[in-house]
Design a protein around this ligand. Sequence first.
Ligand code: FAD
Length: 519
Amino acid sequence: MSKELNLILSPEQASSNEAIQRAIAKQLNCSYTDIGHFIIRRKSIDARRGKVQVNMGIRVFEQGEDFFDDAPVFQYRDVRNSEPVIIVGAGPAGLFAALQLMELGYKPVIVERGKEVSQRKRDIAMLNREHKLNSDSNYAFGEGGAGTFSDGKLYTRAKKRGDFKRVLYALYNHGASPEILYEAHPHIGTNKLPRIIVRIRENILQHGGEIIFNARVTDILVDSGKFSGVKLSDGAVLNARACILATGHSARDIYHILLKQNIKIEAKPFAMGVRVEHPQPLIDSIQYHGIPRSSYLPAASYSLVQQVENRGVYSFCMCPGGFIVPAATEPGEVVVNGMSPSLRNSKWANSGIVVEIRMDDLVQYSQFGELAGLEFQHELERLARENGSYGVQAPAQRLVDFVDGRFSSSLPACSYIPGLNSSEMNLWLPSHIGKRLQEGFRAFGEKMKGFLTNEAVILGVESRTSSPIRVPRNPETLQHVEIQGLFPAGEGAGYAGGIVSSALDGAKCAEGVAAFLKS
Ligand SMILES: Cc1cc2nc3c(=O)[nH]c(=O)nc-3n(C[C@H](O)[C@H](O)[C@H](O)COP(=O)(O)OP(=O)(O)OC[C@H]3O[C@@H](n4cnc5c(N)ncnc54)[C@H](O)[C@@H]3O)c2cc1C
């Protein structure tokens, strides 16, 4: 009979199958050779109490016993002659909606404004090297969506939204490494994500789905309260009875199209701030209690949160061993975000540090109605460009200088390739963000001794953490509250934040589409 057990091992033991098997034998009081096979079910690092240990959940099978696992089964059907469903956007929400539709027997037709991942890579290289931004192909737009050139962190607070293990298994089946199935904080890494996205595309095409690249949706067509089709930038029109709208939170034009068509959207709270970067060895030393990080331990991460004057200030999308990247989608703005390779082996640790923004912070923007948050976001991104001296250089300040309100006469080395321009950030950040960030950083310095240091630098602005807009849908049918056949999905619709929750939401909307088309 297979058995479940928990082991607490040193990082070195946890990295060796032989050492794990010996620890299993010891705990079961049996011989090393009695053990047939084992599967790691959970793995997490515990660096509390001044000691670094690895907690592992293991399933053990005896010698000769049938080995099984409880992996979900995926059955993609051939859908080339099935009813088409339009999916706008090939991000996690759009791609997972497509996979789910194929299981349900419908043909996904994905329209994506950006390019295939290999061509998108060239545009991103051009952006970093020559500061030329392609507004349809960048860190946010193109095959795989905003998640392709990211850290690929796969954890979610949205476990109630669906079977997140299914998303992990689907990624594993498309080439992600098995560790993502059991690590407490799984991540893929920007070097491995593109290959996985390509395999998802190949799977969709092999089963008869369609993907149209360089196809920006410029209009959503509605007839008597029913979705009827989309118009593309080249003038072509695609018709279908159902559409999953999964355009992400950077596609501002989509919100304008929805408003123009009188399709209801709503303002919602979001968050904005800066990205902070420390030397990774400093974060390792804080988190691993001054013990030098051995090769058996990952680059250390952190998660920080503090209430300041009735608003949350918190770390967001922390990237150990990573890089800060230019994530703008329009030429007149500077937006920063973070990513890391699978080995998380750069010299730096970066994280967004953001402040919650609620509607009462945006009174000055009330003339923009539902678009108030979007306009505010855009204004700060424009100011970041102005203070980054009108390029893709980011405005930056040493962390202690920012907290103490001093101009930084020099800036430390930083992973952000386009470069930095020293800027006194509080002169242009609104005080409801700037003052709270200062307080938040002080509190973080208390929680993590050494965090508040002038070796760290902050860059502006971290503005695309979540959507300032919700496209409201019926909670039962998942259709837009007023438009039949239109299924707003993922981060841009305001129902998800992050790769896994967006993927889950896309798959859930595919179920909604199937129920609608059958009714
Ligand atoms: C640099 C970076 C790092 C990140 N790191 C992580 C991370 O480590 N972990 C994590 O969970 N999340 C991370 N995120 C966030 C994550 O990528 C998003 O939450 C997720 O991709 C949202 O999925 P989505 O499918 O809803 O939208 P998106 O991924 O934004 O995809 C939307 C797609 O729609 C397309 N589109 C937009 N408008 C149109 C139109 N008019 N016509 C046709 N197509 C259109 C876009 O080109 C895009 O491909 C990161 C984001 C960035 C930018």
